[in-house]
Design a protein around this ligand. Structure first.
Ligand code: G1P
Length: 298
């Protein structure tokens, strides 16, 4: 099978982020930072690294701050320059998604009907060829980025759907899409399908999907007919499985380090992981992370 270029990336960002309330009452969870960089920025950087031509954000009307964040803010940059902060102004310009190298489209998911439904909302705006889906909650740190590795692997693989996978403890299968593994071949994991969040005693493997997908467009035909699945939501996992009869599905073991930033523990772990190698925070670690030095509160 000859694969075409991945030209479109979809970012499902409509979720209400209830696990991070009250912070997410005023700030979308995708804008919560790991140190100073919002989660969405890491996701965007991965998509940029593979040169996608169009980014589609499937959002919610209450989350207009995401649009504000990803677009250029010329007035803010001018103010920074006036205050002698040209470097910062330049950094913001570089990070902003402007129309020179990539089109940006925001669509609304009318109802919170699940990840599959969110991805389906992007359908009218797709460029041709396979499509990347990036879940910003899943922060994956590594060089090259996870999506870069997957795009490179995609042409070598035989499956139309390629999903990022990692092995998880058996007790945790109920949190992930789990591959029905048929064979392993280096970093590729061949599968006959994916089951969404099976209980440990029902899981056919411990090979879990994390939030990076390269999908053959046939998945959108399956999504169009998709009934709600696990948790009463329209599951992307189910549409991948159904359309894998035509396209094939495989997992790809990425090399980066993944943090579940949909959880507070994951956010803290990612923050510590990034900070510990940065001399700017050495003193903080010395002062606060030697247990004997932490005075009891109160
Ligand atoms: C989603 C997918 C699931 C996948 C997970 C990775 O679930 O439905 O298959 O394993 O992302 O983070 P969610 O965590 O959004 O419930």
């Amino acid at each position: 099978m000859t694969h075409k270029r991945v030209r479109t990336a979809i970012f499902p960002v409509a979720g209400l982020g209830t696990r991070f309330l009250p912070a997410t009452k005023g700030t979308p969870k995708e804008l919560l930072p790991v140190i100073d960089t919002p989660l969405i920025q890491y996701a965007i950087d991965e998509a940029r690294e593979v040169g996608v031509e169009r980014m589609i954000f499937v959002s919610h009307p209450s989350k207009a701050a995401i649009e504000h964040y990803v677009m250029d803010d010329a007035r803010l940059r001018a103010t920074l320059v006036d205050h002698g902060k040209s470097d910062l102004a330049h950094e913001l310009e570089e990070a902003a998604l402007d129309t020179r190298d990539c089109e940006v489209i925001f669509v609304t998911q009318p109802e919170p009907r699940g990840l599959g439904d969110a991805v389906a909302c992007a359908r009218p705006h797709l460029l041709d060829g396979p499509v990347a889906v990036i879940l910003p909650d899943d922060l994956i740190l590594g060089t090259p980025g996870c999506l870069r590795e997957m795009v490179d692997a995609y042409d070598r693989g035989k499956a139309g759907h390629l999903v990022a996978v990692m092995e998880v403890p058996k007790a945790l299968t109920g949190r992930y899409g789990i591959l029905s593994v048929t064979a392993e071949d280096g970093r590729f994991v061949q599968a006959s399908g994916i089951v969404e969040k099976p209980e440990p005693d029902k899981a056919l493997s411990q090979m879990a999907v994390v939030g990076r997908y390269i999908l053959d467009p046939v998945v959108f035909d399956a999504l169009a007919q998709q009934a709600p699945g696990a948790g009463g939501e329209v599951q992307l996992t189910d549409a991948i499985t159904i359309s894998s009869v035509k396209a094939g599905v495989a997992g790809f073991r990425f090399s980066g380090r993944r943090f579940d930033c949909g959880s507070k523990q994951g956010m803290l772990a990612a923050t510590l992981f990034l900070a510990r190698d940065d001399p700017a925070y050495a003193e903080v670690f010395e002062e606060y992370l030697a247990p004997e030095d932490i005075a009891p509160v109160g």
